[in-house]
Design a protein around this ligand. Structure first.
Ligand code: UD1
Ligand code: CA
Length: 445
């Protein structure tokens, strides 16, 4: 199939009124990734050469989100929302460039797979002028029905336009269609709007192709793959399905999830084998956990790499740019941001580490704060290999603690500390022998 040229049209112009949102529907995330980007990923994984995204007016944010995932997309604004065929024709310029295979997908079906797109392209390669993805949903209400005779798909009947007998058909339009590039524009341009909604239905292309004696096929997809999001209830259901899939994949990949239903993944989470994840952990976008590492209960990670054998949590927060080195430890109530902990470093309790580098084997005591922000700019803290930071210290950045140096507890460090030195920066202790006893006697206690 490598020699066949291809273009995909992704319809994303819908207002998504039922979402009741200022955000365009296709930008609502599933697994931390906008729905339309899930579709883009499947299209790209299927080896489709060009992508044409159909947007609603003012939906620049949709274009921006897609541009972050691919450089091969063009964007086409559908000025008026006059139906799915009208939407495809908004990308006329992309179709006019010509391609052997044209694939039309909807931006609100985040579970579409590359394998199914591949099956549709195979049908086109076998000579179909049109191929439609069908499915058998438990509840077919709202879907178009596929009217099939032998292996020829005769028509797709939208529910509003269907007869009683047609509504009884269990095979429904899943919403993805392949068209032979040689026929696509001519067929699409023949579509009218004589139907219950007065819209230009993409689905009418099937009957038009039949009138012209062209072969039209249907393939069947698993219903789960065709799941479409129209409202927030569907969005929550899509998230649930996504999380269930990722949990199963993590277990199959050799991770231990103590309570899988309480661990939340993102689209790009990477877990190596023999990782253990305790209950109630959220893995935001951009997290990789390497072999044998443990994420303890109630931790929140985002944009972070946890190297082999490291331990994070319980109750830890890793923000973007965090790297926890091999065998290193980040303990309870510790927040790390844009910081690297080298191998075996320990930050065990109640600490903020931001914009910092912590050398191998260094030990950062409870309650340490890297004061990285002066109200205007962020500054870096460097803690050398094997250094020891006493509890409740404030390291006022920019500042460097040399390798093997020791900072006395309760210090406010504002100047660099040379390697192997002791720095103490706190009020001197004053002692008055017998003072407390005299006070008690004076007050008769
Ligand atoms: C559509 C199909 C139906 C199928 C169902 C599967 C048609 C006429 N009907 O119905 O057979 O069973 O999907 O989920 O195609 N869009 C635009 N511009 C428009 C209209 C729609 O971009 O003018 C986009 C929407 O953003 C959406 C997609 O096209 O991503 C589908 O539109 P929607 O209104 O949701 O179609 P359904 O009624 O669900
Ligand atoms: Ca829909």
């Amino acid at each position: 199939m490598g020699e066949r040229s291809s273009v995909a049209v992704i319809l994303a112009a819908g207002e998504g009124t039922r979402m009741r949102s200022r955000l365009p529907k296709v930008l609502h995330p599933v697994g931390g990734l906008p729905m339309v980007c899930h579709v883009v990923q499947a299209i790209e994984a299927a080896g489709i050469g060009r992508l044409a995204i159909v947007l609603g007016p003012g939906h620049d944010a949709v274009a921006a989100a897609v541009k972050r995932r691919t450089e091969r997309a063009t964007f086409h604004v559908q000025e008026e929302r006059r139906g799915t065929a009208h939407a495809v024709l908004a990308a006329r310029a992309a179709l006019a460039e010509g391609a052997d295979d044209v694939v039309v997908a909807y931006g609100d079906t985040p579970f579409l797979t590359a394998a199914s797109i591949g099956r549709m392209r195979e049908a086109l390669a076998d000579g179909a002028a049109i191929v439609v993805a069908g499915m058998r949903p438990a509840d077919p209400a709202g879907y178009g029905r596929l009217i099939v005779e032998g292996d020829q798909l005769l028509a797709i009947r939208e529910e509003r336009d269907a007869s009683e007998a047609e509504r009884a058909i269990p095979l429904c339009n899943a919403g993805t269609m392949g068209l032979a590039g040689a026929h696509a524009l001519a067929l699409l341009e023949a579509i009218g709007c004589n139907n219950a909604k007065g819209e230009f239905y993409l689905t009418d292309v099937v009957e038009i192709a039949n009138e012209r004696g062209l072969p039209v096929r249907a393939i069947e997809l698993d219903e789960a793959e065709a799941f479409g999001v129209n409202d927030r209830r569907h969005l929550a259901e899509a998230e649930r399905r996504f999380q269930d899939g990722r949990r199963a994949a993590a277990l199959a990949g050799g991770a231990t999830l103590v309570a899988p239903e309480t661990v939340f993944f993102s689209h790009d989470t990477e877990l190596a084998a023999d990782v253990t994840i305790e209950p109630n952990v959220v893995l935001g976008p951009g997290v990789a956990v390497e072999e044998g590492a443990t994420i303890r209960a109630f931790s929140h990670l985002e944009g972070a790499v946890v190297r082999a054998g490291a331990t994070v949590g319980p109750f830890a927060r890793l923000r973007p740019g965090s790297e926890v080195g091999e065998g290193a430890r980040v303990g309870n109530f510790v927040e790390v941001k844009a910081a690297t902990l080298e191998r075996g470093a320990k930050v065990n309790h109640l600490t903020y580490i931001g914009d910092a580098h912590i050398g191998a084997g260094a030990n950062v005591g409870a309650g340490t704060i890297t004061c990285n922000y002066d109200g205007f700019a962020k500054h870096r803290t460097e803690i050398g290999e094997g250094a020891f930071i006493g509890s409740n210290s404030a390291l006022v950045a920019p500042v460097t603690i040399g390798a093997g140096a020791y900072v006395g507890s309760g210090s406010v460090i504002t100047k660099n500390v040379p390697p192997d030195a002791l720095a103490v920066a706190r009020g001197q202790q004053v002692e008055k022998p017998g003072w407390a006893k005299r006070q008690r006697e004076r007050h008769g206690k």
